[in-house]
Design a binder for this molecule. Structure first.
Ligand code: ZN
Length: 306
């Protein structure tokens, strides 16, 4: 009896003596696209909390007390920067978080926030950000994001560096594949036909990387509302250039684009994902799925029916 007890005690102690599974790094990411990238690179080594959820709009988000609590117990905060999360500095301050903040867009070549082509007679009653924050819309930039996230995670948990580096290398290879896929799929569509209308100006980096022209009734932030003049101008342009593809972003109110399609005869090509992923059971649950899904939507609308 005594022996048995001693034996089971020994077994129990042996179990405890097994190398303890190290705690995952607690990461708070500001929105779903960044949260997904942290998960891809962090794998089992991270526990990710995402502040702005699926289909949420990070431009105009209002942080909650639960967000402040999440930051309070985080080891690392991951944010996009370039003015995307106008609320993050205040949230960090009020939460008392003193740890590191990884800004994923560090090292990206930013493009200007104001569209340059038609800025004469432009008198918005609002401020545009100095830079377009949607840098992730070019996969080349997403690779920079991945590098910054790796750096932040390794600094937060040097003991996990080997696993993190392995995940990062695998993820980068997947990003390369998607980048090549996008270029190959758009190649057969003549440059002049690659014109798309979206709700807000979220595809500037995509435009530059992949040679697609995007037009939008509002600027790079959803905070601004389109003026009647902006809308009238866009309607004239859609008619003149015979643009067929109008897309509603998952984060946007569809009514404005519905009005535009009524007045132009253009049709709503479908929904695309610009600033937020879909829910897990949706078509854009990861960054890579989002890029593939959007590509499918764009090419379907731009490829002549013949
Ligand atoms: Zn946006």
């Amino acid at each position: 009896m005594k022996r048995t007890f001693a034996a089971s005690l020994a077994t129990a102690l042996a179990l405890f003596a097994l190398p303890a599974l190290a705690e995952p790094v607690k990461v708070v990411a500001t929105f779903t696209i960044l949260g997904d990238m942290v998960r891809q690179i962090g794998g089992d080594e991270v526990a990710v909390t995402t502040l702005v959820g699926p289909d949420g709009d990070a431009h105009v988000y209002e942080p909650t007390p639960a967000d402040a609590r999440a930051l309070g117990s985080a080891n690392l905060v991951v944010a996009n920067g370039l003015g995307m999360e106008g609320w993050i500095d205040r949230l960090v301050k009020t939460s008392g978080y003193k740890g590191p903040v990884t800004v994923t867009s560090t090292g990206v070549k930013p493009i200007a926030g104001e569209e340059e082509e038609h800025d004469h007679d432009h008198d918005h009653g609002h401020d545009h950000g100095a830079h377009d924050p949607h840098a992730w819309q070019s996969v080349a930039n997403a690779k920079i994001y991945a590098d910054n996230i790796l750096k932040g995670l390794v600094a937060a948990a040097p003991d996990k560096a080997a696993a993190l580096r392995t995940n990062h290398a695998a993820y980068r290879a997947k990003l390369d594949a998607v980048d090549a896929e996008i270029k190959a799929a758009l190649k057969p569509i003549p440059r002049k036909d690659r014109k798309i209308v979206t709700s807000h100006d979220a595809f500037g980096y995509y435009a530059k990387a992949y040679g697609v022209t995007f037009l939008a009734p509002v600027g790079v932030s959803t905070e601004a509302e389109a003026s009647a003049g902006d809308i009238a101008k866009l309607i004239r342009q859609i008619k003149k250039e015979k643009i067929k593809a109008v897309f509603v972003e998952s984060i946007a109110d569809p009514r404005l684009l519905e009005q535009i399609t009524r007045e132009t005869g253009a049709r709503i090509g479908g929904r695309v994902y610009s600033d937020a992923l879909s829910a897990a059971d949706g078509p854009a649950a990861t960054y890579i799925d989002m890029m593939r899904y959007n590509l499918g939507q764009f090419t379907k609308a731009l490829t002549p029916a013949s």
